[in-house]
Design a binder for this molecule. Structure first.
Ligand code: INI
Length: 194
């Protein structure tokens, strides 16, 4: 029986990471990005957008994060994807819909693609709670980046060491672009989706 565990050491120069960020509540999400970048940088990752190791994708809000994360995951170009957002409870049930769909969508993107997609969506009652988690007390952006590094490392280890072949059709090769289903205007049965 083997033990597999992600590590944070070694040469991470080949690692490619995408960060998907909801612009809604960007007072908070800007700070989560800074936390993420601090962690990645201190693990030797080049965080400059122009240098190709970390890509940044902005979307309107947390509701849209999963859709983009899924597309990035299926592109085969990333070892991990970090989703950042801040959903703050208001007077209406809106919070539950946005937070719920974001969580479900991010889990599905990860599960379907086999690429680690990190859930970095703050779900809180007040702006104060959000800010406390985005830099005032601690910055969870740091933790989300660390989870991405750990999962990228773990998935690589599993890929290299599992005793059974993982080349079956339900796991996309890491370096191969997977065609996303075309929108035809007709109903597409769920079985046609990867
Ligand atoms: N998006 C958030 O990221 N956080 C929120 O708190 C939020 N609230 O409260 O409405 C929010 N709404 C926007 C949503 O994510 C979508 O962008 C919008 O509904 C368009 O699809």
């Amino acid at each position: 029986m083997a033990v597999f565990e992600g590590t944070f050491a070694g040469n991470l120069s080949n690692l490619r990471i995408a960060i998907v960020i909801g612009r809604f509540n960007d007072l908070v999400t800007d700070k989560l990005i800074s936390g993420c970048q601090d962690c990645l940088k201190r693990h030797g990752i080049d965080i400059e957008p122009d240098n190709g190791q970390v890509d940044y994708v902005w979307v309107p809000g947390s509701y849209e994060v999963a859709m983009v994360a899924r597309q990035l995951a299926f592109s085969g170009g990333y070892n991990a994807i970090i989703c950042l957002g801040a959903v703050i409870r208001g007077q209406t049930p809106h919070f539950d819909y946005v937070a719920g769909e974001a969580a479900k969508g991010i889990a599905a993107a990860s599960f379907q693609s086999g690429v680690p997609v990190i859930f970095g969506i703050l779900t809180v009652d007040t702006m104060q709670q959000a800010l406390e988690r985005a830099g005032i007390k601690s910055n969870l952006g740091w933790n989300y980046a660390l989870s991405a590094l750990e999962m990228a490392s773990l998935m690589q280890q599993l890929k290299n060491n599992l005793p059974i072949s993982t080349s079956s059709t339900d796991l996309p090769p890491a370096n191969e672009t997977i065609a996303l289903p075309k929108v035809t205007g007709q109903n597409v049965s769920s079985s046609e989706y990867p």
